[in-house]
Design a protein around this ligand. Structure first.
Ligand code: CA
Length: 229
């Protein structure tokens, strides 16, 4: 969840911004004076800052300037005066966007989302997309270890998940029960190839419409199993 810091001395405005941003799923913190805002901005992890310009103790110009010396986190500056916005631009403090009061909260939310998305693309290498396998209605998120069958999430145990994922990653390949056991269970595991049979049965109960006529994991009699592509 993205975390946002609002530094704003007008409590009603800060609360309004917070309400709208929280409704959109953001975690929001508020500081009402410049000094504590600056301190938290520099010492805590946030994904975006919303800075009012005119603040007690330390103003938005100074906060913006100090954040930029240390961080690339997106900054939205808010001001009551259009002239101030021209001034911020002129100073080249490195703010990412400027909003004039009064603004519509939904516009603020839209801008916040746009800047977060842009920033996430920028630092994309640090937060790679999840590794997803999709085959005929089955969606396996390997990173989050979650599985959906035709859009409905199903719960799998660790070994069921590993076995399903292994088969789905190697479709049209027939594996013997021995091979699957060695692949999914380590050598010290208690159990034998019957464990594989039991797990396949449980997986089928979750993914197949009709377990007697499996559409995904086929039994190759006398050999083993194959994930049908
Ligand atoms: Ca103010």
């Amino acid at each position: 969840m993205s975390r946002i810091l609002i530094v704003e001395d007008e409590v009603a405005i800060a609360d309004l911004e917070k309400d709208y941003l929280e409704l959109s799923g953001f975690e929001v913190e508020i500081e009402n004076d410049g000094r504590s805002g600056l301190e938290r901005a520099l010492n805590e992890e946030f994904d975006l800052f919303i800075l009012d310009l005119m603040l007690p103790e330390v103003d938005g110009f100074e906060i913006c300037h100090q954040i930029r010396e240390k961080k690339n986190t997106p900054i939205l500056m808010v001001s009551a005066k259009k002239d101030d916005i021209d001034k911020i631009r002129g100073l080249g403090l490195g703010a990412d966007d400027y909003v004039t009061k009064p603004f519509s909260p939904s516009e603020l939310v839209a801008r916040v989302k746009a800047h977060l998305a842009r920033y996430e693309r920028l630092i994309g290498s640090n937060s790679p997309e999840n590794d997803i396998i999709e085959i005929r209605g089955i969606r396996i998120d390997k990173t989050a270890r979650r599985v959906w069958i035709n859009g409905e999430e199903k719960q799998f145990t660790t070994k069921e998940f590993d076995l399903l994922t292994f088969l789905a990653e190697n479709p049209n390949h027939v594996f013997t029960k021995d091979e699957l056991f060695r692949e999914i269970w380590d050598m010290e595991s208690i159990g034998d190839i019957a464990t594989v049979t039991v797990h396949i049965k449980k997986i089928r109960e979750k993914i197949e419409m009709n377990t007697n006529k499996p559409q995904y994991i086929e039994t190759i009699w006398g050999v083993g199993y194959r994930f049908k592509l």
